[in-house]
Ligand binder design. Structure first.
Ligand SMILES: Nc1ncnc2c1ncn2[C@@H]1O[C@H](COP(=O)(O)OP(=O)(O)OP(=O)(O)O)[C@@H](O)[C@H]1O
Ligand SMILES: [Mg+2]
Length: 326
């Protein structure tokens, strides 16, 4: 773990006031496809919360409801106490959003892209130039600010999109697959910039990722989502430890069934549907990937397809942020 990751993980999230994000019984369907099927989430102020799940799990749909881009057809969603159905503008003012799809314009310079977002977010004209400069500096793009975004590398594009989302000084930053397709150095760079801003501002971060190592390193807590539902919630360590206990129990004929249950301080687990991960007391310590396979019933290694034929490995191989510009 990097020093930055350590600093982030050990920074205690705030516990007072309304939750940064609360979802209760959230559902969303596209025709007969139930993309989000009764999601409960409670993201605490100041924490980095990871929403993990395979292709088609419903992560982006849930995020689009939270960001008010989709209506709330069933359930309740609140951002810092503001209802996403009834107070959409108040919610939008609190949010920064880096969507899964490209949100930068290749025909504009980095600075022009961020300035556009500053106008959209109605930042007072006299403050705009300073705010744009500040967020470009915060993501390490000062030197490249006046180049066309179409000339940026994939990592620079993602950092530009981060600057666009940060220009409104959000209290809740939502990142949908912020590092997909980036090389390890670019991924680390994106996370280090997120971390630095988060530590400086105390903002809350909700992130989706397919990269278990990132979840492990940078997220205070994670929720495992599969087929529209949350299967387990906890710190990465709680989830791994919980699975270790379950594996031990599975390997002992006189096992205490409570060994697989969440402890008072451990993960919250709902409906484990998959096959057990490690199967005996001699199994090596479970990874977050093992935990995911256990609770969601689909592998991260490409050996089992998900409902729409994709898997984490496919996503890693095929999506290239860099190729999305230009
Ligand atoms: N605009 C749409 N119209 C119809 N169905 C949709 C639409 N968007 C998503 N879906 C379906 O809803 C389900 C959830 O999709 P969603 O994009 O939310 O998943 P995801 O977890 O973000 O996946 P990925 O990891 O691939 O980004 C899938 O079955 C998907 O096919
Ligand atoms: Mg998605």
């Amino acid at each position: 773990m990097t020093a930055t990751g350590q600093a982030q993980r050990h920074r205690p999230p705030g516990t007072t006031g309304p939750g940064a994000l609360r979802c209760t019984g959230l559902r969303y369907s596209f025709g007969s496809t139930r993309a989000v099927d009764g999601v409960d989430l409670d993201v605490r102020p100041g924490e980095v919360f990871g929403l993990l799940g395979p292709n088609g799990a419903g992560k982006t749909t849930a995020i689009r409801v939270i960001t008010t881009l989709l209506p709330v057809p069933a359930g309740m969603v609140e951002v810092f106490g503001h209802d996403c159905a009834r107070e959409r503008m108040a919610v939008r003012r609190l949010l920064g959003y880096v969507p899964q799809q490209l949100s930068a314009d290749s025909g504009l310079t980095g600075r022009e892209n961020v300035a556009l977002f500053a106008r959209v977010f109605d930042i007072p004209r006299r403050e705009r130039a300073d705010r744009v400069d500040a967020v470009l500096a915060a993501v390490g793009l000062t030197e490249s600010a006046d180049r066309l975004a179409g000339t940026y590398s994939g990592g620079m594009v993602r950092r530009l999109e981060l600057a666009q989302a940060l220009v409104s000084a959000p209290r809740l930053l939502i990142l949908d697959e912020p590092t997909i397709g980036l090389d390890p150095i670019a991924r680390t760079s994106v996370w280090e910039h997120i971390t630095r801003v988060r530590v400086a501002t105390g903002m809350t971060v909700l992130v989706t990722t397919h990269y278990m190592d990132e979840a492990e390193q940078y997220c205070d807590r994670v929720a495992l989502m599969h087929r529209g539902r949350i299967r387990a919630v906890g710190t990465p360590e709680e989830l791994r430890t919980g699975l270790g206990r379950a594996a031990l129990a599975a390997g002992q004929t006189a096992a205490d069934p409570s060994a697989a249950e969440p402890s008072a301080t451990g993960p919250t687990v709902t409906e484990p549907t998959g096959p057990a991960g490690p199967t005996g007391p001699t199994a090596t310590a479970p990874t977050l990937e093992d935990v995911f396979r256990h609770y969601a019933g689909s592998g991260l290694d490409g050996r089992e397809s998900t409902e729409d034929g994709g898997d984490f490995s496919d996503v890693r191989r095929t999506r290239r942020t860099a190729s999305r510009v230009g």
